[in-house]
Design a protein around this ligand. Structure first.
Ligand code: HEC
Length: 172
């Protein structure tokens, strides 16, 4: 081997070594970053993204039915409870606004209507399915529904049990 080839060999081996060192240190750095910051970030975004992706289409809102709630007007009670059936007339519920469908029922007398609302009647669940509703609440709700259907509820039913400040609202 002459001098030139020996120099060449030394230089190329040195270069090779340099490349190897660069490569290995680069690899180690890469593994380090993947193992720490990146993976933590990646997994947290994934969790959020996955939660979003698998989110159910509908959401169930549950209300604690044991907690007392503020006094609602007949319109509010009907709007949150009774409307579920009496709005569209499902299960044969007399529709709000239909004079004809309510006529025979009103003909039984308001006390019978109240009793049926309290205890339930055929497909009509007791208290519209909301046990928090007291009899005064039911009276206000019935008054609102029959009022909307063209009947005059018994005097006082629209506002019975309401705080006196709210007693002025006649039709709701
Ligand atoms: C789950 C459905 C449903 C809900 C909610 C509901 N009702 Fe009814 N209601 C019915 C059905 C069905 C009938 C008709 C029953 C029958 O005569 O077959 C009815 C009938 C009635 C009647 C007439 C009873 C009679 O003697 O003819 C009154 C009064 C009444 N509901 C009041 C209410 C009030 C007040 C609410 C809200 C607090 C309410 N309902 C909520 C289904 C419901």
């Amino acid at each position: 081997m002459d001098a030139t080839s020996r120099i060449l060999m030394v230089v190329s081996m040195g270069l090779l070594l340099l490349v190897a060192v660069f490569f290995i240190s680069g690899l180690v750095k890469h593994i380090d970053s993947v193992g720490s910051v990146d993976s933590a970030k990646a997994s947290s975004t994934n969790t959020a993204e996955t939660a979003e992706r698998i989110r159910p289409v509908g959401e169930v809102r549950s209300e604690d039915v044991t907690k007392p709630r503020p006094i609602l007007s007949g319109k509010q009670i009907v709007g949150s409870v009774c409307i579920q059936c009496h709005g569209s007339g499902v299960l044969g519920a007399p529709k709000i606004g239909s004079h004809g469908l309510w006529a025979a029922r009103v003909g039984q007398g308001y006390d019978v209507l109240l009793k049926h609302a309290e205890e339930g009647f055929k497909n009509m669940p007791a208290r519209g399915g909301d046990p928090r509703l007291g009899n005064d609440d039911l009276k206000r709700a019935i008054a609102y529904m029959v009022g909307e259907s063209g009947f005059s509820p018994p005097t006082g039913w629209r506002t019975v049990g309401m705080p006196s400040t709210g007693a002025t609202e006649a039709k709701s």
